[in-house]
Design a protein around this ligand. Structure first.
Ligand code: SF4
Ligand code: SF4
Length: 292
């Protein structure tokens, strides 16, 4: 149901439609690595293997087009998009509808696949390659050069996260709500009780099973925002529930939501009024990931 609030939110800036659930890696900084709910990894440690049907992905792109969305579209959430052989087809479908395909990949599928590299050069506006294996600066530099040559001509960016606890090594790895505290993170593991968070305004995140997730921390879709199999993108984005959660978080009410209460993502603005933002050390609670 569309929102009854007088506060009107803008349309999302980025659309992420996860087309399948698998990944070939188990990165230390990734929430999927610690999942045992079955969303991505089962209790016994096996990967969940599911795909969103092709017609549903295309339907979501059509719905976004009807909303006049023309921003970046990616086909992952907590999975590796190039494990889906339909990836190029979806990127082309997004481009045909006036959107900008964005690929965020760990690069493993591309390492030896020249044909796929060429297809990516043709269809993707922007590619982000994750570099997660370097153990010194020279290796990081060499990895960047490798990808610049391999994806020549593409708007190429890197997400580099060190795999070792060595503060001399550059890293973009930050603490995450569903990841245990880890010395390899580049910044201290803190929580911000009344810190505003505007992240949910930026992206519409649809998990492979159709669940609408609030933000990049919401692996379990635990905010009760609905599902694309039951509602349209339009109704989900502007729903009363979604607008209310966004309003709460812009006002710094992280303590209203269990995941936000334990979230180490930094405030996106100053606290309301004359308040100071309350900062404290995070104590990782595995239970936060599985409760609503
Ligand atoms: S490659 Fe990406 S999706 Fe896969 S485990 Fe690493 S961070 Fe997560
Ligand atoms: S504070 Fe809440 S909305 Fe913001 S990133 Fe963390 S979990 Fe997501």
């Amino acid at each position: 149901m569309p929102s009854q609030h007088n506060f009107r939110i803008p349309l999302f800036e980025r659309l992420e439609i996860e087309t399948q659930s698998n990944c070939n890696r188990t990165c230390w900084f990734c929430p999927r690595t610690y999942d045992r709910s079955g969303a991505y990894i089962t209790k016994t440690g096996a990967p969940t293997l599911r795909q969103m049907p092709t017609h549903k992905v295309i339907d979501l792109l059509d719905q976004a087009s009807q909303l006049k969305f023309c921003g970046f579209v990616a086909f992952h959430f907590y999975s590796e998009p190039l494990l889906d052989e339909r990836n190029i087809l979806f990127a082309k479908a997004a481009r045909t509808r006036g959107m900008k395909p964005l690929l965020h990949t760990n690069g493993d599928v591309l390492n030896k696949n020249d044909t796929l590299c060429e297809q990516i050069r043709q269809v993707y506006d922007c590619v982000v390659v994750g570099l997660y294996d370097y153990t010194n600066v020279e290796e990081l530099t060499a990895a960047k050069e490798f990808w610049k040559n391999r994806l020549d001509g593409v708007d190429l960016k890197f997400s580099y996260i060190r795999p070792v606890d060595d503060r001399r090594l550059p890293s973009m790895g930050i603490p995450r709500a569903l990841v245990p505290t880890d010395r390899r993170a580049a910044i201290p593991d803190l929580i911000f009780k009344n810190g505003p968070c505007s992240r949910p305004l930026l992206r519409m995140l649809v998990r492979y099973d159709g669940a609408f997730c609030l933000c990049c921390e919401d692996l379990h879709a635990q905010f009760g925002l609905g599902n694309v199999y039951e509602s349209s993108l339009d109704d989900l984005w502007y729903s009363d529930r979604h607008v209310r959660v966004i309003g709460d978080l812009l006002a710094g009410h992280r303590s209203s939501y269990r995941l936000c209460e334990q979230c180490p993502q930094s405030p996106t603005g100053p606290a309301r009024g004359l308040e100071k933002i309350e900062i404290s050390r995070r104590e990782y609670l595995a239970a936060v990931g599985s409760s609503h």
